[in-house]
Design a protein around this ligand. Structure first.
Ligand code: SF4
Length: 211
C-alpha cells in the first residue's frame, strides 16, 4: 500500500508512484508529448480504461528529480501529460515536476477524475500547486453512458479547461474523432493509449488470443 503523496513541501527526495511512462505520444494532447501515468486512484468509475492503475500499491517508485532529468533530456517533445490513476492523489510531487517542466518551456496537461469545482474548493494542500503547474486540465470522472469519440476526453461530462495561456482552445485538436496509438517497446511490451473504442480493444484482444 502506497499512501497518496500530497505533501506540498517535498523537494528532490519526493517520490512518485508511476504506473507507466511513454517518451513520445501523439494522442494524449496536442503535439508530441511524454506521458506519465500515476498509480492509484480513489475514484471507481464504471468502465474505467485503466483499472489496473486504481490500487494504491507500489508500482515504479521514482524520485521527482530523476523523472525531471529524464523528461528534460527528451528531444522534440512539446509537452508532458499527467494521467492515471489520479494525478491529484500525488499532487505534491507532480506539482514540483510540472513546475520544472514548465520552467523548461514545455506545457503540461493534467487529467483528473475530480471536477474543476471540486479541486478549486480545496481538499488537499497540494492541489492548488498542481493546478498552478498545469496549462490544460481535463477534469471529471469517466461516465460510460456519456462516452463519445473525442481526441481529449472519454465522456461528454469531462471539462477541458485552459489554466494558462500556453494551451488555448484554438490550438487544441479538432473534436469529433478519437485516435488510438500503439507503442511497441524493445522488450516487446505493447502500450495502447488514447481513447480506443471498446469494440476495437475486444477485437485486438481476441486476435492476440487467437480466438
Ligand atoms: S478517475 Fe480515471 S483512473 Fe480513476 S477510476 Fe475514473 S477513469 Fe479510472
Amino acid at each position: 500500500m502506497v499512501k497518496p503523496n500530497n505533501d506540498p513541501g517535498c523537494r528532490q527526495f519526493c517520490v512518485l508512484n508511476l504506473a507507466g511512462f511513454l517518451a513520445r505520444s501523439e494522442v494524449n494532447g496536442p503535439g508530441i508529448r511524454a506521458v506519465l501515468w500515476v498509480q492509484g486512484c480513489p475514484r471507481r468509475c464504471e468502465g474505467c480504461f485503466n483499472r489496473a492503475f486504481q490500487p494504491f500499491s507500489p508500482a515504479t517508485l521514482l524520485p521527482v528529480s530523476t523523472l525531471a532529468d529524464t523528461i528534460l533530456s527528451l528531444e522534440g517533445i512539446d509537452g508532458v501529460t499527467f494521467s492515471g490513476g489520479e494525478p491529484f492523489a500525488q499532487a505534491g510531487p507532480l506539482a514540483l515536476l510540472g513546475a520544472a517542466i514548465r520552467n523548461a518551456g514545455l506545457d503540461v496537461i493534467t487529467y483528473t477524475g475530480y471536477t474543476h469545482e471540486e479541486l478549486s474548493a480545496g481538499g488537499e494542500p497540494a492541489w492548488p500547486a498542481l493546478l498552478a503547474a498545469t496549462d490544460l486540465l481535463i477534469a471529471g470522472p469517466y461516465i460510460a453512458r456519456l462516452a463519445k469519440p473525442d481526441p481529449l476526453t472519454g465522456s461528454q461530462n469531462q471539462q477541458v479547461i485552459p489554466l494558462g495561456t500556453r494551451l488555448l482552445p484554438d490550438g487544441l485538436p479538432d473534436t469529433g474523432s478519437s485516435r488510438t496509438e500503439f507503442t511497441i517497446a524493445r522488450d516487446g511490451t505493447v502500450t495502447a493509449t488514447g481513447f480506443p473504442e471498446p469494440a476495437l480493444i475486444r477485437r485486438i484482444a481476441s486476435h492476440c488470443r487467437g480466438t
